[in-house]
Design a protein around this ligand. Structure first.
Ligand SMILES: [Zn+2]
Length: 213
C-alpha cells in the first residue's frame, strides 16, 4: 500500500497548493468547461507525461495516451472500440484545438516489441500485438547500416510519422489542416539526454529544440 499512500499524500500537496493557499484560483476559469488549444498524443510510458514535460497547467492540454503514441487510421465501421479515435474527434470537433502534437520517445517498449517481434500473440499480449501493428510498415524502411540503438530511434521517430499520416485520414482533421485552423506536429523526447526534437516536415527529419534560456 505504500505506493498508493504516497500518491494520496501527493494529492494532499496538490489540494493544499491549489485550493487552500490559492483559494482555488487555478480552477476559477475552468470549473465548468475546458478550452485547451492543444491535443497531445503521447505514450502511456510513466516517464513521458506530456503535462510534466511541457510544464503545463491544469486545463492547458487535452491528452491522449496509448501504447507507443499511435493513431489508428480512420475506420468508422471497424468492429472494435475506438478510444483514441473518439478522443481525437472530441478534441478536434468539440474543443476545436488548434494543434495536435504526436509525442514519441526513446526507449519505447511498444516500438521495441514491434521491431523485435517479441510479443507472443497466444499469451498475454494479444491486445498489444494488434495495436502496434498500426505501425508495422516502419519495419520495411529500416536502413541496413544502423546500430541497434539507432534502429530503435529510427522506428520511434517513424512511428510518430505514421501517426501523423493516419491523423490525416480523419476527414475533419484533413479539412481543418487544409483550411489552416489546425496544425499537426511531431515531437520526440529523449530519455537519454532530456532533449526534445521537433519534426521538420520539409526536411523530413527531427531537429533538437534550442534549450538556451
Ligand atoms: Zn512508449
Amino acid at each position: 500500500m505504500a505506493e498508493i499512500e504516497k500518491l494520496l499524500e501527493g494529492y494532499k500537496v496538490f489540494y493544499e497548493k491549489n485550493f487552500v493557499l490559492n483559494d482555488g484560483d487555478a480552477f476559477k476559469d475552468i470549473q465548468t468547461s475546458q478550452s485547451p488549444k492543444t491535443l497531445i498524443i503521447a505514450c502511456c510510458d510513466s516517464r513521458v507525461d506530456p503535462v510534466i514535460l511541457t510544464n503545463a497547467k491544469i486545463g492547458d492540454i487535452f491528452v491522449i495516451r496509448n501504447i507507443a503514441n499511435l493513431v489508428p487510421p480512420y475506420q468508422p465501421m471497424w468492429d472494435s472500440n475506438h478510444g483514441t479515435s473518439a478522443a481525437i474527434e472530441f478534441a478536434v470537433n468539440h474543443l476545436k484545438v488548434k494543434h495536435i502534437v504526436v509525442m514519441g520517445h526513446s526507449n519505447c517498449g511498444g516500438i521495441k516489441a514491434l521491431v523485435d517481434d517479441d510479443i507472443d500473440i497466444n499469451k498475454e499480449f494479444s491486445f498489444i500485438t494488434d495495436w502496434i501493428r498500426i505501425a508495422k510498415k516502419i519495419k520495411e524502411d529500416i536502413p541496413k547500416d544502423l546500430t541497434n540503438e539507432e534502429k530503435y530511434i529510427f522506428c520511434e521517430q517513424a512511428g510518430i510519422k505514421v501517426s501523423l499520416k493516419n491523423l490525416m485520414t480523419f476527414p475533419f482533421v484533413k479539412e481543418k489542416t487544409q483550411n489552416k485552423t489546425l496544425k499537426l506536429h511531431g515531437w520526440y523526447f529523449s530519455l537519454k539526454d532530456g532533449s526534445l526534437s521537433t519534426l521538420n516536415k520539409e526536411a523530413d527529419k527531427f531537429e533538437k529544440t534550442d534549450i538556451s534560456l
